[in-house]
Ligand binder design. Sequence first.
Ligand SMILES: Nc1nc2c(ncn2[C@@H]2O[C@H](COP(=O)(O)OP(=O)(O)OP(=O)(O)O)[C@@H](O)[C@H]2O)c(=O)[nH]1
Ligand SMILES: [Mg+2]
Ligand SMILES: [Zn+2]
Length: 290
Amino acid sequence: MKELSGVIVKGIGGFYYVDTKMGIVECRARGLFRKKGFTPLVGDSVVISLDEESAQGYVSEILPRTSELIRPAVSNVTQMVVVVAQSSPAPNLYVLDKLIASAEFAKLKVVICFNKSDLEEDAEIIKTYKNAGFQVVETSAVFGTGIEKVKEILKDETTVFAGNSGVGKSSLLNAVMGVNMFETGVVSEKLERGKHTTRHSELVRLPFGGYIVDTPGFSSFDVNKIPNAELAFMFREFESSLGECRFLDCSHTVEPDCDVIRRVENGEISKSRHESYVQLYREIKEANKL
Ligand SMILES: Nc1nc2c(ncn2[C@@H]2O[C@H](COP(=O)(O)OP(=O)(O)OP(=O)(O)O)[C@@H](O)[C@H]2O)c(=O)[nH]1
Ligand SMILES: [Mg+2]
Ligand SMILES: [Zn+2]
């Protein structure tokens, strides 16, 4: 038996595929984990015992996780790239802000990618997110613009790509990989063709270091578990206002002498970001009533 360390890149039907320095090894998990109700996840850093004769491995140890996403069920993700199209489909700022909040809550690095830069662009939106303190990259997956920058951002990170259908996530990943390994195109076509495709999450190793999470159809997180009292912390440009409002328990939605609202009014905080915050606040409140 040989001990090897690696990362689980795929799990299907009780088998785990572990990326090691000797390549991908098919492994079973020790019965031990199941008895303890502990299931290995895609993304886990593991130690495996490899029987070199049969080339069969066993996951013998799971190293502590630095993060754990539920949907997609992937551990140790370090970064989220939220993809927005400049147009077609038009940016949905609520969806964008919701994804950003969920990434902040999961303590992931956040990068916003404005794709389809070859189409008509909305410079105002890009400015909004730069001013709010986000790293922003502009790309055209079709023309290859900005792809080198995206590679730099992805290097040595484990990244999930999020964003509405049709914004160009798969096209960007194909441009980064240099091969068309992800299915792109219009939704109706994909549903036709995708009937028998698997729906599990998988890590794809990047040739320059790092992994990307290939999750079919992934566009949003379950954000309802963000406590409303913490929501303002998920909007990074609100931070300097927190503790400055008249009421200690200010929700920053309608209160008088709210410092967040004051800064929205004087233009320091963008109106659309605050609107998303208010909508999300109400959505979380409703969800917690049920
Ligand atoms: N003009 C232009 N079209 C693009 C660009 N990137 C992607 N597209 C097109 O937009 C459509 C959708 O792209 P996909 O990569 O399939 O989008 P997706 O985000 O993966 O969509 P889902 O998998 O449904 O979530 C395709 O027809 C692409 O060719 C771009 O930079 N410019
Ligand atoms: Mg796609
Ligand atoms: Zn306030």
